[in-house]
Design a protein around this ligand. Structure first.
Ligand code: YH5
Length: 283
């Protein structure tokens, strides 16, 4: 990858360029997201949803088997793999779309890569599983390094910062060092400030306002604000399914302030909004 991060390269030699903003569609594969009436996981439902997001313009599908919502209960790697691997295989049969695995467990990432995933999205930035960096280095896959204060079970209990953006900047510098020392090529790294992960509402707003400060690393920036609670806070605690307008606004601001990839639930609406941003910036 060039120093001004024009693209990321997958292990098979394919690349994703950033001539245009890239849309990462969220695919939650948890029993509550695609269930046949409760406890069972529907592979078909998840695959159908992925194909729909691809049709709507998603450039990457990000698959997660464990809810990383604040306070959610962790599951084991075996259950996580059982959820995501069949869905990855089924999408891979039907589409060449780049697939990202949203996990902090190396066993899950390894199974996902074997099933056909192309990149690792690690909300712990290689901190929670000591084998993750080695796996990423060996497989030569792109890796998202996301900032989080605390861990998913406790992160929203009392997040505090002097200066959130400065602390995230220092975190990125340290994590890039860690990743490259483990043998991951610098050009495989993608940085994500981790909106909603141990952040107060004002921290999330500051991240969006000052996203351009992370451009200094000359690495692609990923932002995931879609439907997160700070959007509800700005609208009388709007429910998660009532946050489309705020989510699209957050994606637009992220792109205007330098994001290369936005991670979203509502692909069609976000693609439409981002096309306008890109068209105006070229006008
Ligand atoms: C992210 O930002 N987020 S999972 C709470 C919500 C809505 C959505 C209703 N994985 C990110 O999407 N990976 C997640 O309230 C992520 N960046 C990256 N790289 C949390 C999520 C969500 C949480």
């Amino acid at each position: 990858m060039s120093p001004d991060c024009n693209q990321i390269q997958f292990a098979d030699g394919r690349a994703l360029d950033f001539q245009q903003t890239r849309i990462m569609g969220i695919l939650n594969v948890t029993p509550d997201s695609f269930s046949d009436g409760g406890r069972f996981l529907s592979i078909d439902g998840a695959v159908t949803h992925a194909l729909r997001m691809i049709d709507e313009g998603a450039d990457i599908i990000d698959i997660g088997g464990e809810s990383s919502r604040p306070g959610a209960e962790p599951i084991g790697a075996d259950e996580e793999i059982r959820r995501v691997a069949p869905v990855i295989e089924a999408i891979r049969k039907r589409s060449a779309v780049p697939i990202s695995i949203d996990t902090y467990r190396s066993a899950t990432a390894e199974a996902a890569l074997s099933a056909g995933a192309d990149m690792i999205n690690d909300i712990s930035a290689l901190r929670f599983d000591a084998d993750m960096a080695r796996l990423a280095a060996e497989r030569k896959v792109p890796v998202v390094l996301m900032h989080m204060q605390g861990d998913p079970t406790t992160m929203q209990s009392h997040p505090t910062y002097d200066d959130c953006v400065r602390e995230i900047t220092a975190f990125f510098a340290e994590r890039i060092q860690h990743a490259t020392a483990a043998g991951i090529e610098r050009g495989k790294l993608i940085l994500d400030p981790g909106i909603g992960f141990g952040k107060r509402p004002e921290d999330n707003l500051a991240i969006l306002a000052r996203l351009d400060e992370f451009i200094r690393f000359h690495l692609p920036l990923l932002v995931g604000a879609s439907r997160k609670s700070f959007i509800g806070v700005a609208d009388a605690n709007a429910a998660a399914n009532q946050r489309l307008g705020g989510s699209v606004a957050a994606a637009v601001i992220a792109v205007m302030n330098g994001a290369h990839i936005v991670r979203v639930h509502d692909v069609r609406e976000t693609v439409q909004a981002i096309r306008i941003v890109n068209a105006v910036s070229r006008a």
